[in-house]
Design a protein around this ligand. Structure first.
Ligand SMILES: [Zn+2]
Length: 317
């Protein structure tokens, strides 16, 4: 509970570029004009939606995207509006945790420098591509003085669904570029905790606070934005209701959640593989607005950096 007597929540938006979805679906690289589409089109939509409700959020940005002037403008605007800009690595390599130490260091440090230079503020939070936090990546975050990480996503049902889709694709001759992380991460605590150096899915004494992405109690269903925007109303209501048992609701959304296949010109080969893109933007905005409306009555939304600070000071949020 916060001082206002409300529950504590944070909204974060991963601004993954379109090429990430091409990779997940095993498609060849997208046409160049689509490179900066997600940040260019979706970031202002989120900003508007949050501004209407006085929500301050966290946006995780891929460093390489800041080579585009339009992306730089959009991210500067988010920072100016008071949102936190977090580090989502330099290139968004799905198998980042398997890369060598020099690559891990570069992926964190280069995005860190790009974001700091653009916004004038050093990021204090990191989210790994594909929810993959490994022991060596945690060590890199510790050495860079990061306050928090928010990559652990301890959802068995999500992991099983991802594995099933990837296997089906591989059998169909279209291997996915996604990467299945260490299953030990599924046993990680689902509320904020200090990870153990060498085993980040267990409790320990790391200087970096882990803020796991929301899963429901007991079943550990993924309580993420893509599901809340696309699921039938009854499921959405049950997920939101069960999240009331958690001390903190770490609601994760993706930039593409507010992209529109038609208005944004997303190619049909991508739309054919991603059902959420077939829903018109108007519907998705309406659903997300109604969800935020409902949550705002009960929750105080603060950026993840603030949640981590409270945890550091008090040992809980
Ligand atoms: Zn991502």
């Amino acid at each position: 509970m916060t001082r206002s007597g409300k529950r504590l929540a944070a909204i974060s938006v991963d601004l993954d570029p379109v090429r990430c979805y091409y990779e997940i679906h095993g498609l060849p690289a997208p046409p160049p004009p689509l490179g900066d589409l997600v940040i260019r089109r979706a970031a202002p939509r989120f900003e508007k939606l949050f501004a209407q409700r006085g929500i301050v959020a966290t946006f995780f940005v891929v460093g390489a995207d800041l080579s585009s002037a339009a992306c730089r403008d959009a991210v500067s605007e988010l920072a100016r509006a008071g949102h936190e800009i977090g580090n989502h690595s330099q290139q968004h390599l799905y198998d980042l945790q398997r890369r060598d130490d020099a690559t891990l260091h570069d992926e964190v440090a280069t995005a860190h420098a790009r974001i700091s230079e653009l916004t004038g503020r050093s990021p204090v939070g990191f989210r790994a591509p594909g929810y993959g936090l490994g022991p060596r990546l945690l060590a890199v975050l510790e050495s860079h003085g990061y306050r928090y990480d928010s990559s652990v996503f301890p959802s068995g049902p999500y992991y099983a669904a991802k594995l099933a889709v990837m296997s089906a694709r591989a059998l169909g001759g279209e291997p996915s570029g996604a990467f299945v992380g260490d299953p030990r991460g599924l046993l990680a605590p689902a509320d904020p905790y200090r990870p153990r150096s060498g085993a980040p899915w267990r409790r320990g004494q790391s200087s970096v606070v882990e803020l796991p992405v929301a899963v429901t109690p007991s079943l550990r269903l993924p309580a993420i934005g893509t599901l809340l925007v696309t699921a039938p109303q009854a499921i959405r209501a049950r997920v939101l209701e069960s999240m009331r048992k958690r001390e903190f609701f770490n609601l994760e959304l993706h930039g593409i959640d507010l992209c529109d296949a038609e208005a944004d010109g997303l190619p049909t080969d991508l739309v054919a593989r991603q059902p959420d893109l077939r829903r018109p933007l108007k519907d998705k905005v309406r659903t997300l607005a109604a969800t935020l409306e409902r949550l705002s009555a009960e929750y105080d939304f603060v950026p993840l950096a603030e949640v981590a600070l409270r945890f550091q000071r008090e040992g809980h949020v």
